[in-house]
Design a protein around this ligand. Sequence first.
Ligand SMILES: CC(C)(COP(=O)(O)OP(=O)(O)OC[C@H]1O[C@@H](n2cnc3c(N)ncnc32)[C@H](O)[C@@H]1OP(=O)(O)O)[C@@H](O)C(=O)NCCC(=O)NCCS
Length: 234
Amino acid sequence: MDIQLIPATIASVPEMVDCGRRAFENDALEHAIFPNRSEALLESKEVLEYRMNLIRKRLQSPDWHYVLATIDSTEAPAKVVGYAGWMAPPPQENITEQKQVESAVESQIQQRPFATDDEYSPKGMDMDAFKHAVEVIEKAKKEILGKEEHRVWYLASLAVDPDFKGKGIASDLVQWGVSKAEEAGLPAYLDSSPAAVGLYRRLGFKELRRLNVIRNDESHFSTVMMRTPGSAET
Ligand SMILES: CC(C)(COP(=O)(O)OP(=O)(O)OC[C@H]1O[C@@H](n2cnc3c(N)ncnc32)[C@H](O)[C@@H]1OP(=O)(O)O)[C@@H](O)C(=O)NCCC(=O)NCCS
C-alpha cells in the first residue's frame, strides 16, 4: 500500500472530519465532549460544521500545518486515511525582546491550539466538558514550558482511519513534525490519548505529566509528552 503525505487543503476538510469521527469512535474524552456521540456526529450538521470550521480557520494561518496521509484509490482525489495537525512556533525574526513578548501574547490569543468561539455551542456538544479539557491542557503547557511556550512544534491532532490502523501511518504523520522540530532545534510537544502513548514513546517522546481532562473521572487521563531535539527512536 502506497501512503503519501500531502498538505491538507480546504477541499479535504470534510474527509478529514469524517476520518477523525471514525478514529475517535472509542475515545473517552470524545465521549465526554459529545455525550450522544453517534447521533451528534452522524446527524448534527451543527457539530460537523463546527469541526470543519475549526480546521478551515487553522488552514488559513501560516503557522498551522495539517498533513494528510492518502492512498491511491479509484476515487478522485486520493482517499484520506489519516491526518495530523501541527502548530509551528510563530516566527521570531527581527523583533526586539519587548516585541517578542507582545507577539507571543498576541499569538497565544489568536492561535491557542484549541481556541474556539466562546459563545457558540453546537447542539450535541458539551461545551463545559470541552472547555474543562482545554483549560487543563493549556494550564499544563504554560507550567511546563513557561517562557518557551511558543518555541515548540505542537501536535494538536492526530487521527488514523480504523480500517488502516497498525500500518505505520500515524508514525509517519508524527515523524513529519518531529523532523521539522529537529531541523529547527526545538522540542515537539503534545497531549496524548491513552491509545497513542506507546507510539509517541517509540518516536522519542517522554511522558511528563498526566492530566485529568474529564471532569469527575480520575481514571481517565491525557499524557503530556515532549521530545527534545536529538532524542533517539526506540
Ligand atoms: C492511535 C492512532 C493514531 C495510531 O495510528 P496507527 O496508524 O495505527 O499507528 P502506527 O501504525 O504508526 O503505530 C501503531 C502500532 O502499529 C505498529 N506498526 C507500525 N507500522 C507497522 C507496520 N508497517 N506493520 C505492522 N505494524 C506496524 C507500531 O509498532 C505501533 O505499535 P505501538 O502502538 O505498540 O507502538 C490511531 O489508532 C487513532 O487515530 N486512534 C484514535 C485517535 C487517537 O487516539 N489519536 C491520538 C490523539 S493524541
